[in-house]
Design a protein around this ligand. Structure first.
Ligand SMILES: NC(=O)c1ccc[n+]([C@@H]2O[C@H](COP(=O)([O-])OP(=O)(O)OC[C@H]3O[C@@H](n4cnc5c(N)ncnc54)[C@H](O)[C@@H]3O)[C@@H](O)[C@H]2O)c1
Length: 430
């Protein structure tokens, strides 16, 4: 890695960091979109999702060029760029010479002044700072989920969302199910009252453990953790926040964006091997979200091998119930006599939801009609964070407590030694 310990600390910790180190030009009302056809896109976080997002940006608009790339690690950038250049249909619009390749934790600072649009696809813990910088620099943004891993990050994201709105910037979220045709249709029906009042939801995100990377010689403890970021709560937020947040977001969607008043979460680390690359996260959670006037929504998630996998949302209303399974795919609504009262047509359109996100973003830029998905993007993450807070502590957590907490998961030092923490024991936290 090319950056110093000091710059790492500055990048992560300085709360007022937004915009510092970014060469800002006077900001026009509508971003820095050029008058000509070309839209310069910068990718921050050149991993699996970032590489996919870059390809989707290219497919979304013929004027898009991938103009600059940034990653914490040189090899990740090289491999992503190599793959983008291998694609015959795109390679003429992947224009990233060595002086527009930036490596290091704060590589975004060098990238931002060069581009019109930024794709924020790195490790979640850095997203609040990166989002703040992108907004300060006046860029249109695609922002992967989760957008924050703790309460301090949530409040920073809220500020950025407001800033993007004030500046007329487009901010499109990576909560991809919001861009899926069948989900848009069924949640539209639910919000339109087809079920009556929603009184309860049961959501599952049951899947296996994610892969790990064995430690290489020359890696610091920090490098090792960042390479295995999904497994470290301070980097990913734990798998409830990193992965099952999709299901939490669908709860938030069906509940019309209402905030739960409080939640009760349980969880544990039962099946994960006790090896450093498996970090400190749990492998299962269950969270009950309570809403004013009665509705209760339950989210259950696990990452355990050789078990039943499933990704369902059962939504109960006063007039009927809905089954949503994007993996199925299944999307229908029945009344309580069992009669199907709505279903997504078998021949209905199912465009690639990841592509739709980028089509939305670039169309909004061309049309000069900013889209801002920041509110649900931030709130769904806080819902997941409050579930984790409750499970880790063994206590009920209210929305207000989660929203105002001083919780900041970033370790006080990123220098060696950075021992792998023990997974929290419920009831043992002060
Ligand atoms: N919407 C979806 O369905 C979906 C699917 C997969 C991943 N994701 C999300 O996308 C994000 C990336 O996931 P991934 O699977 O691509 O992980 P990944 O590990 O493949 O890629 C992350 C990249 O970010 C880089 N990085 C870390 N810190 C950085 C920094 N400060 N600046 C620049 N680069 C940095 C890493 O080196 C790595 O190359 C995560 O938030 C993940 O939750 C979303």
């Amino acid at each position: 890695m090319q950056d110093t310990e000091e710059s790492r600390r500055m990048f992560i910790k300085a709360a007022a960091m937004a915009g510092v180190g970014v060469a800002l030009s006077p900001f026009p009302v509508w971003g820095s979109t050029p008058a000509n056809d070309q839209i310069k896109v910068g990718l921050v976080g050149c991993g699996g999702r970032g590489s996919g997002a870059a390809a989707q940006a290219l497919a979304a608009d013929k004027g898009v060029v991938i103009w600059a790339m940034a990653d914490a690690f040189r090899d990740r950038l090289d491999s992503s760029l190599g793959n983008l250049l291998k694609d015959e249909k795109n390679k003429d619009r992947v224009l990233v010479p060595s002086d527009r390749q930036f490596v290091g934790l704060d590589a975004i600072d060098q990238l931002l002044p060069l581009v019109d649009v930024v794709l924020l696809c790195s490790t979640p813990s850095f997203r609040p700072r990166q989002l703040a910088k992108a907004v300060a620099a006046g860029k249109h943004i695609f922002c992967e989920k989760p957008v924050c891993v703790d309460s301090v990050g949530y409040r920073s994201v809220q500020e950025s969302v407001r800033g993007a709105r004030e500046k007329g910037l487009s901010l499109v979220s990576g909560f991809c199910w919001r861009s899926a045709g069948p989900e848009r249709a069924i949640y539209g029906e639910i919000l339109g009252g087809r079920l009556g009042e929603v009184v309860g939801i049961s959501a599952t995100y049951l899947t296996g453990p994610l892969g790990t990377k064995a430690r290489q010689s020359g890696w610091s403890d920090f490098d090792f953790q960042l390479r295995n970021w999904q497994h470290f709560a301070w980097l990913s937020g734990d798998h409830l926040v990193e992965q099952a947040v999709h299901s939490v977001d669908k709860i938030n969607w069906a509940m019309g964006g209402r905030h739960p008043t409080k939640c009760t979460g349980i969880g544990s680390r039962y099946c994960r091997e006790d090896v450093p690359e498996r970090g400190d996260i749990y492998d299962n959670f269950s969270v009950i979200y309570e809403y004013e006037n009665g509705p209760r929504c339950v989210l259950t998630t696990r990452q355990q091998a050789n078990c039943y996998n499933n990704n369902d949302d059962w939504i109960n209303g006063t007039k009927g119930y809905a089954w949503v399974n994007g993996w199925g795919p299944t999307h229908w609504i029945k009344d309580y006599s069992g009669k199907t009262i709505w279903s997504y047509p078998k021949d209905g359109s199912t465009p690639d939801m990841y592509q739709v996100e980028h089509d939305t973003l670039f169309k909004s830029i061309r049309d000069r009609r900013p889209v801002n998905e920041g509110e649900f993007m931030a709130d769904s993450c806080l819902m997941a964070i409050m579930g984790r807070m409750s499970a880790y502590s063994g206590q009920q957590v209210t929305w207000d407590e989660a929203a105002t907490s001083g919780e900041d998961l970033t370790p006080s030092s990123l220098s060696d030694p950075m021992p792998v923490q023990k997974a929290p024991k419920p009831g043992a936290m002060s």
